[in-house]
Write a protein that binds this ligand. Structure first.
Ligand SMILES: NC(=O)c1ccc[n+]([C@@H]2O[C@H](COP(=O)([O-])OP(=O)(O)OC[C@H]3O[C@@H](n4cnc5c(N)ncnc54)[C@H](OP(=O)(O)O)[C@@H]3O)[C@@H](O)[C@H]2O)c1
Ligand code: SF4
Ligand code: SF4
Length: 377
């Protein structure tokens, strides 16, 4: 296993963290795979109070091994009072059966909530200092899906020791696949490293979407050198020297073995391989922009047609071969959609959207093509 220093904390973290957000249903097996991860040199498990039974099961997995592992968990009471915030923290400590949390994250922090509530007098931050003084929290960190610009503002507040953000080779554009996702977060990651913060990555395999890519598409990214897409996706993230550790959601022993082997390589990607894969990713990005940049200028459509979402799904299908994922996204649209987002069949061809599209896309025609490609089961 390779290790990297978490910011300026002096703590050496495995180049692969265990993400315990979606654990296997069989609890004993979940414990077994976390313990295998620790046996292979892993030393960071990430959970959250909001992940159902996860903290309790992590607590079981680390029993008798506490000194071997750093625990990261999260408090989602960001809009609550200091007392509730403290209550959540005490519950995490109890459920995990530990007396200290190494990396304590403000869960899903946004700049506006930070400024308007978290940091204000009477907000949860009032409790943080006390918890640190009592030795209950080692490092205050935050996870965020906010824009890279806002993540940078949060870093500059100077109260956090680390960040947890999305970063992967699939979602290039900030906002795609979750706000501030993908490589769009690179400026925030670089800024965090420059300021001496640790950087953990959520969704390094795009939440498993990357692993659905057909082998021929994967092979095109780095011809002759791809062991598996999981290997390539993790190496892509690790090739960024500003990243401390990607948190991988692993559901099988074999995934743990494979991903730990990847994180044990001396050099994640050579400079040439990195350039090659970036060029392939950028070529796809350029093609994606030819189809739709996701700028939203065509919205709202008077019929509620979710044009950018439909074209985003179409890009997953057309550019990455992620057809099942694309069909799943498309199926969420239509009369049953809670936000009123309609699929392509709702289009009455009024032409309003085409007048507003800066790319001059033949939207009406492309909607028909998208429906044809994505509507079948
Ligand atoms: N703070 C936040 O808001 C937040 C949000 C999201 C995530 N996180 C953290 O980040 C962690 C990782 O997120 P994630 O689970 O979305 O990310 P991920 O690691 O990108 O995706 C996990 C999926 O990748 C697949 N996978 C992993 N290794 C594989 C391998 N060797 N071969 C084939 N498939 C493999 C598995 O898919 P299958 O299930 O299909 O096997 C697994 O479910 C979470 O567990 C959590 O700790 C935090
Ligand atoms: S042409 Fe179709 S998609 Fe475009 S605005 Fe009119 S109804 Fe909506
Ligand atoms: S205006 Fe054009 S490029 Fe922008 S989201 Fe709509 S279709 Fe896509």
């Amino acid at each position: 296993m390779q290790y990297r220093e978490y910011g300026k904390t002096g703590k050496m973290i495995a180049a692969l963290g265990f993400g315990a957000m979606r654990l296997p249903k069989d609890e004993d097996y979940a414990v077994e795979i976390m313990q295998r991860y620790l046996e292979l040199g892993g030393n960071l498990i990430d959970t959250a109070r909001a992940y159902g039974e996860s903290e309790r099961i992590v607590g079981r997995a680390i029993q008798g091994r506490r000194e071997q592992v750093y625990i990261s968990t999260k408090n989602h009471g960001v809009q609550q009072s200091p007392d509730i915030w403290k209550q959540y923290m005490d519950q995490s400590l109890e459920t995990l059966a530990v007396d200290r949390i190494d990396f304590y994250h403000v869960h899903d922090l946004r700049w506006d909530v930070y400024a308007e509530h978290f940091r204000k007098k009477g907000g949860p931050f009032d409790m943080v200092q006390q918890a640190q003084d009592e030795g209950l929290i080692d490092h205050l960190c935050f996870s965020s899906h906010d824009s890279p610009e806002n993540i940078i503002k949060l870093i500059d507040e100077g109260i956090f020791d680390g960040i947890l953000v999305q970063y992967n080779m699939l979602d290039r554009i900030p906002g795609e696949g979750g706000h501030g996702a993908g490589t769009g977060n690179e400026p925030a990651i670089a800024h965090a490293a420059e300021k001496g913060l640790g950087v953990l990555i959520m969704g390094p395999l795009a939440g498993g979407r990357l692993t659905q890519m057909p082998p021929d598409r994967v092979e095109k990214l780095l011809p002759g050198k791809v062991k598996s897409i999981a290997d390539l996706g993790l190496r892509f993230v690790l090739a960024n020297p500003d990243v401390t550790s990607p948190l991988s959601g692993m559901n099988e022993l074999q995934q743990v073995d494979e991903n730990c082997a990847t994180a044990s390589r001396q050099e994640p990607l050579t400079e040439q391989e990195n350039a090659q894969i970036r060029a392939a990713v950028q070529a796809n990005e350029k093609l994606a922009e030819l189809y739709c940049t996701g700028c939203n200028y065509c919205q709202p459509c008077p019929q509620g047609v979710a044009i950018p979402k439909i074209f985003e799904a179409m890009n997953y299908h057309r550019l990455w071969g992620l057809t099942e994922h694309a069909k799943g996204l498309y199926r969420q649209l239509g009369p049953d959609n809670k936000e009123g987002l309609m699929d392509a069949t709702a289009c009455v061809e009024c032409g309003e959207c085409e007048e507003k599209c800066p790319q001059n896309l033949p939207i009406i025609q492309q909607l028909k093509e998208s429906h044809e490609a994505l509507a079948s089961p």
